[in-house]
Design a protein around this ligand. Structure first.
Ligand code: SF4
Ligand code: SF4
Length: 346
């Protein structure tokens, strides 16, 4: 019922094939890119389907908004070329079942705050920055009712997302919310990129956490004391689905007096935290992931970062400790903003 809207004619007219030539992991020249994208469109096997590390970045690289990553994942499923070992996929799909029991639906007046599956993030949403927002649910037993399911892109399982997403949208809408601030890039990307790409209707407006924080910090500007820290930012894979919101990283840093260090793996060139790659079934994936993490963290350190800023709990879990071992403090963006207005953080 829900079908990817993918315009093949854009690809046939495409001169750059940026989706594949800019891929930082596969190293594809323009001629090969042209051939491989055609194979993928035509449901033929392609080495891209086997080698893709599911970093989401081609969604950002495509200049026409044609959703090459969603197409890659769809083909992986159709051709049974799965990035993770089968037992891990089966277990992961079972864990994320969203509809056990009933959610606690209460009408929310004003903007809502959605933590998705990460109820533990509730401790990060205290204080003035979040005044006026109502948490949709912070009950850890109910969190799967709000689990956007986009994680299954890493599993090569578009069908699981499409089976579950409509009901999750209904659950959020049942709160009668007009505006929802999504804490995680993955949720924001679900409702503003994935849902329209597959034809899901979303009856609420989505606001990216960083846009919200920036506007709230402007309201609290008189309370900001410049932090004077040098910071690096670990960009999560799902932020590639909303690259127009990436500008708020620098806008926030400027506002709170944090210096975003100049480094190689930043912005479009950002490297994935390696968390998903660790478990992939390709031979050598674990070592590849560890090397990637080292390259990324060394780059932050070389650039003189004192703090590594995160937004994704999975990135924090994957490289928070290695970052700290290199002498940089791992801090969530929301906590950094709270520090700037003189609040104690968790
Ligand atoms: S997906 Fe985008 S970048 Fe890739 S070939 Fe098609 S139009 Fe070009
Ligand atoms: S998702 Fe990442 S690794 Fe996969 S093809 Fe796109 S850019 Fe390359």
């Amino acid at each position: 019922m829900f079908q990817l809207k993918f315009d093949e004619t854009k690809c046939f007219a495409c001169e750059t094939n940026d989706c594949l030539t800019k891929c930082q992991y596969l190293k594809i020249d323009p001629d090969t890119a042209k051939i491989e994208i055609k194979k993928i469109i035509n449901k033929k096997d392609s080495f891209v389907l086997h080698e893709c590390v599911t970093c989401y970045a081609c969604e950002e690289y495509c200049p026409t908004g044609n959703h090459p990553f969603y197409l890659i994942v769809q083909r992986q499923e159709e051709l049974n070329i799965l990035p993770l070992p089968d037992p891990l996929i089966k277990r992961g799909i079972r864990i994320g079942i969203p509809f056990r029991g009933e959610p606690d639906i209460q009408e929310i007046k004003g903007p809502a705050l959605n933590l998705g599956v990460f109820s533990s993030l509730a401790t990060l949403t205290r204080g003035k920055l979040f005044e006026g927002l109502t948490l949709m649910s912070a009950d850890s037993r109910k969190m799967f009712h709000y689990f956007c399911q986009l994680m299954y892109l890493h599993f090569g399982r578009i069908s699981v997302i499409n089976e579950r997403l409509e009901k999750i949208i209904e659950t959020i809408a049942a709160h009668k919310v007009k505006e929802v601030v999504h804490f995680h890039d993955e949720c924001y990307g679900t409702y503003t990129s994935y849902a329209p790409a597959f034809g899901f209707a979303v009856p609420f407006k989505s606001i990216h956490l960083f846009e919200y924080l920036y506007n709230r910090l402007k309201e609290l500007k008189s309370e900001i004391k410049p932090l004077n820290f040098k910071v690096a930012y670990q960009r999560p894979c799902s932020s590639r689905l909303s690259s127009d919101k990436y500008q708020f990283v620098d806008k926030i840093f400027d506002l709170i007096g944090a210096e975003h260090v100049k480094r190689e793996y930043v912005g479009e060139n950002a490297l994935c935290c390696g968390g998903t790659i660790l478990g992939q079934k390709k031979k050598g994936s674990r070592q590849f992931s560890l090397d990637l993490q080292k390259k990324n963290i060394d780059d932050m350190q070389r650039a003189g970062a004192q703090i590594c800023v995160f937004n994704c709990p999975a990135c924090m879990q994957t490289i928070g400790k290695p970052v700290a071992k290199k002498g940089m403090m791992p801090v969530f963006m929301s906590d950094l903003c709270r520090l700037a207005i003189g609040e104690k953080t968790s």
